[in-house]
Design a protein around this ligand. Structure first.
Ligand code: URQ
Ligand code: ZN
Ligand code: ZN
Length: 598
């Protein structure tokens, strides 16, 4: 079955048995009246702020009624949802379908990737248009549109990468925001020599986002450290996937996260940190939020569901399958730690960074870990992994689950309540969620195209029994009926109230003001002239030769500024008191610096 041409519809054998391509169904007309009118009956509706026993009536792809004892027209198709939860379709904030990357392409494309998303209960993805260095951002946007529009089975939006900087880039960001439904831009602090921006470029792009009412996103890793560490590790003969994590330990992520927060805060720009992978980076975000920064953190299914010990697996293919940037962390406490912060509100959304490569593609780096295409799966299993590790584990309730898998993303990216809520007028993107059903995740049965699954063998509670996408039943009792090209591009407008409302109040309250004071009318020294008075020389403590190095006064009689005026004790030549100043050295951002291995 070729998902690349036209509208196709197919039935895939239910998940519990080996995935095979069944005979294609005849494409049902989207305006078929029985299909067009749906009643989800007997379920428990869950939104981010409340739960209620209610039925949901859908017509023309929109939710028309929510409540009990609804009056519905004849010919309405009824879905029995007793004992199930009725939740907003998941929104995956971070995917890379068919991404051209590191000399190859991500193997899950906009068809297989969005079909897998629907199978797992995700009804919208947000992908990234990533221009090559020097390429037009607008051209990259149109190229991604041309790839996605004919293939997507569910709705999608685009972030755009700022992979280089110039005034032209700033003008294109404005065009994308004002004319093409883009309200978020991703800046890279890693991938040196390809996409990495330096601090002044980051500042310029944050300033532009602020002017446009757009959200600045960052890939937060210090690319300079990564490049230097990679060189050293390879020179030591460490070429395997373990070198990938060793080249970028979590303090390298935390440092960049802190730097991005400071730069964005100084620019008065809201910040969204994508793929938060470590405790240290999460702690930075948590701390900055407590200081009042408008910053959001996005852990991903992989960082919530597995860890970086796999990089030390004896099977090269297994280890390489987990290579992504920033890497999964070998600290086994990381997933639970991130889940706790997601549950308590310090982290807000969940993506997957779904960017999949088969064994032969990963093998491009079989002799050099820096050449292993970075990326893992997640788009199909995110909802179940979150349910298992979040709700079943007792860390969050179903409302918080809805918030972090759907609603918060809709609010942050300014598509709420069209998306992210079960309410009258909202799009009918709905999942009939079976919280008691279980399944075992495996590449043998998953719908994704990739031949590996980082959650292999994990038994999870939480299965999407029915998935409705823009009012169309696309999963029925586990049978996926993906319709290529049915998904629509969803424009995201700037100035999200959820994001910029607080920015505007902070700007108003913290606007800088000068001090009104009488002008200074005392003597003013002449530039590069002699010291203003002999008082300075008189106050200088006679320095014994062994304590300070001095070359005597300058020709004009002043203190020779080139002389060392500080002693290791901390005293200095003009210091009248022998007491040494106390200096408290704080730990670097991100906690204690990990022991260096050099
Ligand atoms: O950096 C990203 O988010 C893209 C290129 C996907 N790869 C990855 O390892 N995260
Ligand atoms: Zn990234
Ligand atoms: Zn990514």
């Amino acid at each position: 079955m070729d998902g690349d041409n036209g509208v196709v519809e197919e039935v895939l054998v239910a998940r519990t048995s080996r995935r095979t391509e069944a005979e294609p169904w005849n494409a049902q007309s989207p305006d078929n009246s029985a299909q067009n009118r749906l009643l989800i009956k007997g379920g428990r509706v869950v939104n981010d702020d409340m739960m209620q026993d209610a039925d949901v009536y859908i017509e023309d792809g929109i939710i028309k009624q929510v409540g009990l004892n609804l009056h519905t027209p004849g010919g309405t198709k009824v879905i029995e949802a007793k004992g199930h939860l009725v939740i907003p379709g998941g929104i995956d904030t971070h995917t890379h379908m068919q991404l051209p990357f590191m000399g190859t392409f991500a193997v899950d494309d906009f068809y297989t990737g969005t079909r897998a998303a629907l199978a797992g209960g995700t009804t919208m993805i947000m992908d990234f248009a990533l221009p090559d260095r020097g390429e037009s951002l607008v051209e990259a946007y149109h190229r991604w549109r041309s790839w996605a529009d004919p293939k997507v089975c569910c709705d999608y939006a685009l972030h755009v990468g700022v992979t280089w900087w110039s005034d032209k880039v700033g003008r294109e960001m404005q065009e994308l925001t004002e004319e093409h439904g883009v309200n978020s831009f991703k800046m890279f602090m890693a991938y040196k020599d390809t996409w990495q921006l330096n601090d002044s470029e980051l500042l310029a792009s944050f300033k532009t986002c602020k002017q446009l009412g757009a959200l600045a996103q960052v890939h937060a890793e210090n690319g300079d450290i990564i490049k230097e560490n990679s060189r050293k590790l390879l020179s030591l003969g460490i070429t395997g996937p373990e070198g990938h994590e060793m080249s970028r330990p979590e303090e390298v992520e935390a440092e960049a996260t802190n730097r991005a927060c400071v730069l964005a805060n100084q620019a008065g720009c809201p910040l969204y940190v994508v793929h938060v992978m470590s405790k240290s980076a999460a702690d930075v975000i948590s701390s900055k939020r407590k200081q009042g920064h408008v910053v959001f953190g996005e852990p991903i299914a992989a960082s919530l569901g597995t860890n970086g010990t796999h990089y030390w697996h004896k099977c090269w293919r297994h280890a390489a399958a987990h290579v992504m940037g920033p890497p999964l962390r070998p600290d086994p406490q990381t997933p639970a730690y991130l889940m706790d912060l997601l549950a308590n509100g310090d982290l807000q959304t969940t993506g997957t960074d779904n960017c999949t490569f088969s064994a032969s593609q990963k093998a491009l780096g079989k002799d050099d870990f820096t050449k292993i295409p970075n990326g893992v799966n997640g788009v199909e299993d995110r909802m179940s992994v979150l349910w298992e590790k979040g709700v079943v584990a007792g860390k969050m309730d179903p409302c918080r689950f809805v918030a972090v898998t759907s609603t918060n993303a809709a609010k942050i990216f300014n598509i709420y309540p069209k998306k992210g809520r079960i309410a009258v007028g909202s799009d009918a993107d709905i999942v009939v969620w079976n919280p008691h059903a279980t399944r075992v995740i495996s590449a043998k049965t998953h719908y994704q195209a990739v031949d590996f699954n980082v959650f292999e063998g994990m038994e999870v509670h939480g299965v999407a029994d029915y998935v409705i996408c823009r009012g169309r039943v696309v999963v029925e009792e586990g049978n996926v009926r993906a319709v290529s090209g049915m998904g629509k591009f969803v424009p995201k407008l700037p100035h999200s109230q959820h994001v910029y409302g607080r920015i505007e109040e902070r700007d108003r309250a913290n606007a800088p003001h000068k001090v009104e004071r009488a002008a200074y009318d005392g003597p003013v020294a002449s530039l590069n002239g002699p010291a203003p008075s002999s008082a300075v020389e008189d106050s200088i403590i006679p320095a014994s030769s062994q304590e300070f190095y001095t070359r005597g006064p300058t020709r004009s009689g002043g203190v020779n500024l080139h002389d060392s005026s500080f002693h290791v004790s901390g005293a200095q030549v003009t210091d009248k008191s022998p007491k040494r100043p106390s200096v408290k050295v704080n730990n670097p951002p991100g906690g204690k610096a990990s022991g260096s291995f050099w």
